[in-house]
Design a protein around this ligand. Structure first.
Ligand code: DOR
Length: 438
């Protein structure tokens, strides 16, 4: 009898797939870019595989095998700021970080607020190393004045709408945005920072901002914005997703909303569970400047608690490349944002798993399964028939993040020189190996 033809077989790895309730050694068969099967190794698989062509077998001994990671919050900068990042370079960084899918934000030049720009991004992403899903704008040019043509955007394939970078300050517009999002069964993603309270600030408002003489962005500016959008979501229905929650008060607001049965989901960015505002005065590293800003230790602890108790559904990097010359200025003049795609997994492993806050299965839920569910994306599981998007992780491998590792065009990471454990060994997208760890 002729052996079935698979394009790739991954064996000997510890497969972790929370959607399947799977955490054991298993064999994964890949054919035609999809998962053709996932089974425990048995006498018959062993017999088949021991005689299988070597170039089709990936030996994952000692590795963890997970559904391809999904980052629902990245900035790819194309069109318009290709000197900082392109879709191709951003997707190389994604693959290097173990991500097989990303959702890109619309704050490009021009803004992704019409079908042409969505189509442009899709076309550019065709040959990229990760799948790119587009988040369209809520308002035209992200100005918060007039709704974008949301129906057109949905027809062009956006998976969500957001004015990320900007809070939709006008509650009437946000209400209409929620209504459209509900009608089209997509989530609306809020960048929750009240402009009047936070607009001029360059860091968290705290003892540190006073000590450094910097204008602050108060935590209450986030809490008020989250509460308002939760109330609007309760009123309209539909699905609200809160981007990069950074404050203890924000986490609590979301916790209470979930308890009340309001359909809200939330993400945390790694910098909000690893960095604090007192780090800024050490060297005025502009790579620590981000919106919403890094907060206090108390906030960091609340974010971790929110991740642990499920208030925060997922982890998203908010990968935000900026060119060296843009960041190499005084702290208050620098643009906000930091790279994230290549350090997220290392931070999750080192700061959350190794410290006992999350299990590997929890981490995979937050980095693959939940993001897929929130954005209605294929993937997030290794179930038969799912896209063959797979991440192989060497769980205890120690590494230091160096400039030479950066796959982005920009280098604005505050984590350069940080030591991590847990390294991506292979990233496989649609059955194709798109990254091999060095
Ligand atoms: O720090 C940030 N940078 N926060 C945002 O919301 C936008 C992002 C960017 O595009 O640079």
């Amino acid at each position: 009898m002729k052996a079935p033809e698979y394009d790739l077989v991954i064996r000997n790895g510890r497969v972790i797939d929370p959607a399947l309730g799977f955490e054991q050694e298993a064999v994964i068969f890949v054919a035609g870019g999809r998962i053709a099967g996932i089974v425990k190794e048995s006498k018959s698989t062993k017999k088949l595989l021991d005689n299988y062509p070597e170039d089709k077998i990936l030996d994952a001994a000692g590795m963890i095998v997970t559904p391809g990671l999904i980052d629902i919050h990245v900035h790819l900068r194309e069109p318009g700021r290709e000197y900082a990042e392109t879709i191709a370079s951003g997707c190389r960084a994604a693959a290097g970080g173990g991500f097989t899918s990303v959702c890109c934000m619309p704050n490009t030049f021009p803004v992704i607020d019409n079908q042409e720009t969505v189509q442009f991004v899709h076309a550019r992403a065709e040959k990229a190393d990760a799948r790119v899903y587009v988040i369209g704008a809520i308002t035209k040019s992200l100005k918060g004045e007039e709704l974008a043509e949301i129906g057109d955007l949905v027809k062009a394939g956006v998976v969500a709408i957001s004015d990320d970078g900007n809070f939709v300050q006008n509650p009437e517009l946000m209400r209409r945005g929620l209504e459209y999002a509900k009608m089209f069964h997509i989530p609306i993603v809020t960048h929750a920072e009240d402009k009047y309270l936070c607009g001029e600030g360059v860091m968290n408002e705290s003892f540190e901002s006073t000590r450094l003489g910097m204008k602050g962005r108060p935590a209450v500016g986030e809490v008020i914005a989250i509460l308002r959008d939760i109330k609007l979501c309760e009123f309209v229905g539909g699905r609200l997703h809160v981007a990069h929650v950074s404050t203890a008060g924000g986490v609590e607001a979301i916790r209470q909303a979930k308890k009340a049965g309001i359909h809200v989901t939330a993400e945390a960015a790694p910098h909000h569970f690893t960095l604090t505002d007192d780090m800024i005065g050490v060297a005025f590293d502009t790579n620590l400047k981000v919106n919403p800003p890094v907060r206090t230790q108390k906030d960091v602890e609340a974010i971790i608690e929110g991740l642990v108790d499920g208030t925060i559904d997922c982890i998203a990097s908010d990968h935000a490349p900026h060119a060296e010359e843009e960041k190499d200025v005084e702290f208050d003049k620098a643009p906000s944002g930091m790279l994230g795609l290549q350090t997220t997994l290392g931070l999750v492993k080192t700061q959350l798993i190794d410290k006992g806050y999350l299990s590997w299965a929890d981490a995979v839920s937050k980095l693959a399964y939940n993001p897929a569910r929130i954005m209605n994306l294929p993937g997030g599981t290794l179930n038969e028939g799912a896209p063959a998007d797979i991440t192989l992780i060497d769980p205890e491998r120690k590494w230091t993040f160096r400039d030479k590792d950066i796959k982005s065009i920009s280098r604005n990471s505050p984590y350069l020189g940080w030591k991590f454990s847990g390294k991506v060994a292979f990233t496989i997208a649609g059955g194709r190996i798109v990254y091999r760890g060095e």
